[in-house]
Design a protein around this ligand. Structure first.
Ligand code: AMP
Length: 587
């Protein structure tokens, strides 16, 4: 593990992509067969492969308590170190070094032992049992190694590495075509397994497997109809954008399972879809959206929220918020025996849709549990605007515009799909700090400071602060979560583990030196929690910049009401810097 941590350090030390790939390739080649998959998975900032259902469930409170116990350092020192680095791994290493933590190198944990400890932490029940295993690991590892362990556990490597780079390094290490590596990665959803296949020259054997969720294809945001036609045109497909819960349905015989956007098995939460699906005559994988639908009426997302995370919904809840599966894609169909299914990922959307329609899903109109997404085509900005208004009239969120020739690209946010949302723009941000509220919100952590991802510099940059628009129950639940995941406290303000994503609505994007991002939002409000999105998928500074430019007055816009951009007069930068030293003291 020590070598892995050193490698991570060296990768972080260069900004040149080719150097990063070269370092990784040499390292991969040097590993023992058993270590290669573990090292590759860890390098994507995960304790387990992405499609693996396991999670260690180890929070910062448990980790920091273990580090205190081993080193004697107090929690405040850890919090202060985090404020200096904004990086849990660096903070921990710094505190352990300061405390003279220097275990005998003879007991240093190997990669395999770290992986085994993560697996043991996952099965251990309760934070005390988990803490014991973690503490043992920390006790045996020197500060540089613990840094690596904590980075993997917190899912935040910050070494300028994306999965694509790890794939490129595997291709280089074992001299395989990059497209073969990517394809295997897409099918297995497990970079560790892909690494082993690359080494064994067996990439061609990767199969699309039922009950192994595929990463979802994502859409890029767009506000401007003309831009959409320019990018995807002349003829584009438009589907309603349903305000529901993204879902992948896998089926073989009467075995049916549903997976959420973060690839978790959510089957037990939606019996009204699962039970009727069991009897259908095909085996395969569908992509779609679970949507609240009662008496033919689409229910608003707030109603559907009651179903989120419920493992065993009550009969009353099922009656009050019934859902259907709105199918918009088919990713694999017809099994050749076993768990493998024929992939349809590379065939154009046009053909996939034909296959989907031919499946004869039992539709809600006729009492079934399915629907097909509303589909039309458009060949001009005007036609798109008309389609947008019609989708809104059907009480849907907006449009998904798709290129009928596009393949299904798991995990990619490309330009094959573009989303056109509501009148007011929203962005998905990561909560980096929280404060107790005022008045009725006194005593709960209801004021959030949030950030977007600055991809170029691999960091989060603040963009605003808002009073939570969440329900009292959600605020109470989030208060408990934030209390358990506080990294440091500064008076009323707490720096928290940057993992919670919220969708923030606003009226105007402003250029402003008040926040690290260089932008501020006018009238920001928290529209909803995005428990389905990891922080790595929050919106980026590049998206904010593009929205700012697109929303400039005068630019042709799909939506005339609401979102627009403005430039505010320059502000006294020193004053704002004093007020806003990044995460620590938000404006
Ligand atoms: P957003 O969550 O705002 O990033 O928008 C992307 C999400 O829109 C997807 O993850 C889906 O959950 C959802 N969506 C709704 N309708 C569709 C559709 N017809 N095609 C694809 N995605 C859709």
């Amino acid at each position: 593990m020590r070598r892995w941590s050193e490698l991570a350090e060296r990768v972080a030390g260069t900004t040149r992509t080719s150097e990063k790939t070269g370092l990784l390739a040499d390292y991969f080649r040097s590993l023992e067969p058993d270590d290669l998959p573990i090292a590759a998975v860890f390098l994507t900032g995960r304790a387990f492969a992405e499609t693996d259902q396991r999670a260690t469930g180890l929070g910062w409170a448990t980790m920091s308590a273990a580090i205190e116990a081993v080193s004697g350092a107090d929690r405040e020192a850890l919090g202060q170190a985090y404020d200096r680095y904004s990086d849990l791994g660096l903070a921990v290493a710094d505190v352990l070094t300061g405390a003279g933590h220097a275990p005998d190198p003879a007991v240093a944990p190997t990669l395999g032992e770290v992986a085994a400890a993560f697996a043991a932490i996952e099965v251990a029940s309760g934070s005390v049992a988990k803490a014991v295993i973690f503490r043992d690991l920390v006790a045996r590892a020197d500060p540089a190694t613990v840094k690596g362990i904590v980075k993997v556990l917190s899912g935040d490597l910050r070494i300028g590495l994306r999965e694509g780079l790890v794939e490129a390094a595997l291709a280089k290490a074992f001299e395989r075509p990059i497209d073969d590596v990517k394809r295997a990665g897409m099918l297995t959803g497990d970079i560790g397994r892909t690494a082993a296949l690359a080494r064994d020259d067996a990439l061609g054997t990767a199969e699309l497997t039922l009950f192994h969720p595929l990463k979802f294809m994502l859409a890029s945001p767009a506000e401007d109809a003309a831009e959409i036609v320019r990018r995807l045109g002349p003829l584009v497909w438009v589907e309603d954008k349903y305000d529901g819960i993204r879902c992948q349905l896998h089926k073989r015989g009467d075995d049916v399972r549903l997976y959420s956007r973060d690839l978790h098995d959510v089957t037990s939460g939606y019996p009204e879809v699962v039970e009727p699906a069991r009897g259908l005559a095909w085996d395969g994988i569908l992509d779609g959206e679970l949507l609240g639908l009662r008496d033919g009426e689409v229910l608003p997302f707030v109603a559907l929220q009651a179903r989120l995370g419920r493992k065993a919904p009550s009969a009353a809840l099922l009656a009050e918020v019934p859902v259907v599966f709105v199918a918009f894609d088919v990713l694999g169909l017809g099994s050749g025996g076993g768990a493998a299914v024929k992939p349809l990922l590379d065939v154009p959307l046009e053909e996939r849709r034909r296959a989907l329609v031919a499946m004869g899903l039992p539709l809600a109109d006729a009492g079934g549990a399915f629907a097909l997404s509303h589909l039309a085509s458009a060949d001009s900005a005007e036609a798109l605007e008309a389609a947008f208004s019609e989708a809104r009239a059907r009480r849907n969120e907006g449009l998904m515009v798709k290129d009928p020739q596009s393949p299904y690209s798991p995990g990619r946010r490309g330009y094959g799909w573009l989303k056109m949302k509501k009148a007011l723009a929203t962005i998905d941000c990561v909560v980096v700090g929280v404060e107790v509220g005022h008045g009725k919100r006194h005593g709960v952590l209801s004021d959030y400071t949030f950030a977007v991802r600055d991809e170029a510099n691999d960091r989060l940059v603040t963009i605003g602060k808002a009073y939570s628009g969440l329900t009292d129950a959600e605020i109470a639940e989030m208060t408990r979560w934030f209390e358990a995941h506080t990294i440091s406290t500064h008076g009323r303000y707490r720096v928290v583990e940057p993992t919670v994503v919220v969708e923030v609505a606003f009226d105007v994007i402003l250029r402003s030196a008040r926040h690290r991002s260089g932008f501020a939002l006018r009238f920001p409000r928290i529209a909803r929690l995005r428990t389905d999105k990891p922080a790595a998928e929050a919106d980026t500074l590049a998206t904010v910049t593009r929205l700012f430019e697109e929303l400039q007055p005068g630019a042709e816009r799909l939506v005339t009401a609401g979102a627009r951009a403005a430039v505010v007069p320059p502000v006294d930068e020193d004053a704002t810097k004093r007020r806003d030293s990044g995460r620590r003291r938000p404006a």
